[in-house]
Design a protein around this ligand. Structure first.
Ligand code: BGC
Length: 381
């Protein structure tokens, strides 16, 4: 006890002995001094009315997020459309008839990759181009109106990963990349804040390269805080580095927030799924089939690894991409697609196939028809 506490103690004893003879003012002082004395003796160092609360660490998803993960249904990526430098550059645009066809076929979730980085100003406050925002809005609203869950993401921000940029990419000074990323998400957040819970935000597709785990964890945390200003409970999807590799989940620090879902991409066996693609160097030879016991166990192991992480952390994991390039033979693509889809479902992971109508596609945009074997591998038994 310090000197002032001793003084209060002696004064209080004195007043207590003479309580009956005290004026109202002194009686009030007695009650006040006794209260303070009790607090002081209780060892409190600070003012009793403002106790310092430890931060509440929430490290698992709310039941609402688990419910959502169970209701997402079969999913399809509308890839190579709005994630091209400009919509149409890679031969596809989003069409209302694609949205309707995907719904009629039985898909219930669309992941919508968007190259926002190419459509926002290079100077603070990095305003998103109005015409582009209107276009994305009309696409998202058509999908929501159709009944889909929509996973709206940021895709192919080449400069952020330190990748070679694409023809038609818009470059900005490196020093503002992260601030701009956060600002773009802040704008997306405010713009779509009134949409239903069926709209999910996914912070970034396949962080890699310059986006190391530490840098990505910090950027994801800052970005989420901005989004939470306008979207208190919207489900936000976050994936690990190394191109959303399940085995990098251990390096992902999920922010303390209950409205999160994790995501991974799974393209193993890679020599099969990416045979003949132009963007892998050296190019993988065509002719690899799928799925022998070794290939199958690679698939089981990767998906089960995600499941173990989900069990340990309490967050659902979305399989946001898997698929096989069109250079592989159809029977093998069917085997692979069915096996991955069934394994994900058995491990209660919602899944989204890569992709609708481009070079991994299940839909032929020339014939305007689904490719029956692949579609059946996704939607059949
Ligand atoms: C990329 C696509 C690519 C696919 C498979 C996606 O994340 O956005 O461009 O085709 O992965 O490699």
């Amino acid at each position: 006890m310090n000197v002032s506490v001793w003084a209060a103690f002696i004064m209080t004893i004195h007043l207590a002995k003479n309580f009956a003879n005290l004026s109202l003012l002194w009686r009030a002082w007695f009650v006040f001094a006794l209260g303070n004395l009790l607090v002081a003796c209780g060892g409190s160092e600070g003012p009793s009315s403002d106790p310092v609360q430890p931060p509440v660490i929430i490290n698992k998803a709310a039941e609402k997020v688990w419910d959502l993960s169970r209701s997402m249904g079969p999913g399809i990526n509308f890839g190579n459309m709005l994630d091209a430098p400009n919509e149409g550059d890679w031969g596809l645009t989003v069409k209302q008839e694609y949205i309707q066809a995907a719904w009629a076929q039985g898909f219930r979730t669309i992941r919508l990759p968007v190259r926002w980085s190419n459509h926002a100003s290079g100077a603070y406050p990095y305003t998103i181009d109005g015409a582009f925002l209107n276009r994305v809005t009309s696409v998202v609203d058509q999908m929501l109106a159709q009944g889909f869950h929509v996973v709206l993401n940021m895709h192919h921000h080449r400069q952020l990963d330190g990748d070679t940029i694409d023809l038609g990419d818009f470059l900005v000074p490196d020093a503002i990349l992260e601030e701009r990323f956060v600002s773009i998400w802040s704008q997306i957040g405010h713009h779509f804040a009134s949409r239903s819970d069926k709209l999910l935000f996914e912070l970034y597709n396949e962080p890699h390269g310059l986006l190391t785990a530490n840098r990505w964890n910090a950027l994801a945390d800052t970005t989420l805080k901005q989004i939470r200003i306008s979207n208190k409970e919207r489900v936000v999807v976050i994936g690990p580095t190394s191109f959303n590799d399940p085995y990098a989940l251990s390096t992902l620090v999920m922010p303390a927030d209950p409205y999160l879902m994790a995501t991974v991409h799974f393209y193993q066996p890679f020599a099969f799924t990416h045979q003949g693609v132009s963007w892998v160097t050296p190019q993988l030879p065509v002719g690899t089939t799928c799925c022998d016991p070794e290939q199958s166990s690679t698939i089981f192991a990767g998906i089960q690894h995600s499941r173990y992480w989900s069990d340990a952390t309490g967050y659902p994991v979305l399989l946001g991409e898997f698929g096989a390039y069109s250079a592989a033979d159809t029977a093998s693509r069917v085997n692979y697609t069915r096996l991955v889809r069934q394994t994900a479902t058995a491990n209660r992971m919602p899944w989204v196939y890569w992709e609708f109508a481009s070079d991994f596609g299940i839909y032929d945009p020339v014939a305007n028809a689904f490719r029956p074997e692949l579609t059946q591998a996704l939607l059949g038994n």
